[in-house]
Design a binder for this molecule. Sequence first.
Ligand code: 5GP
Length: 212
Amino acid sequence: MSSIDRISFPIVVSGPSGVGKTTLCHGLMDGDERLAFSISATTRQARAIEKDGTDYFFVSEQKFEKMRVEGGLAEWALVHGKLYGTPRKWLDQKLADGISILLDIDVQGGVQILDAYPNSVSIFVVPPSFRVLEDRLRNRKSEEEQAIRQRLDNALGEMEYITRYSYVVANDTIEQAVSSMRSIVNAERCSRQRILESTTWKEYIGFEGKGV
Ligand code: 5GP
């Protein structure tokens, strides 16, 4: 890999619960070997279709607390009454390997990552309307009515954080939203600032110091 191909950064993807962040992240990763998904630790129960170690690391509160106290989490937050956090070691290792990491995390965790990793790219995903968000939460049938209400209430508070994010993507259709996110990632990979942070322009064009 050339130094230019090693440019990597965390990509924080936040937005109200049910807006489709996880689907968009997986769509974005498809066919891009320089992207990987951060698997979070959580104390919530696994849903029927979820697998431990693939969707989340499902852990006890004691295990989560141990990870947190030992500095093993790059960020963590209490979201909808459960604990969620990003394992730090894997994140840092992948970034050092030149892989950009997608973090599908809530806004509290998002701002922690933006503060700790100032080279992050931040994307806020919004629903086409509040009504659509409500329908999507109900249609995925993974939560009880009370949990759906809690997530809708929290959505309004989460929207307030939009000003901390650099990009806003509306998830109207998955294809359009993934395409917008791909454009953002590609543009960031071409950022002059990022390129010249990791190499010199002479190195970049392969100039070896000899005249023509
Ligand atoms: P869910 O329980 O629906 O999978 O996720 C609930 C919320 O927790 C979503 O907004 C999701 O982005 C967020 N979340 C998932 N993993 C993490 C994490 O590691 N840290 C934080 N702060 N939020 C997370």
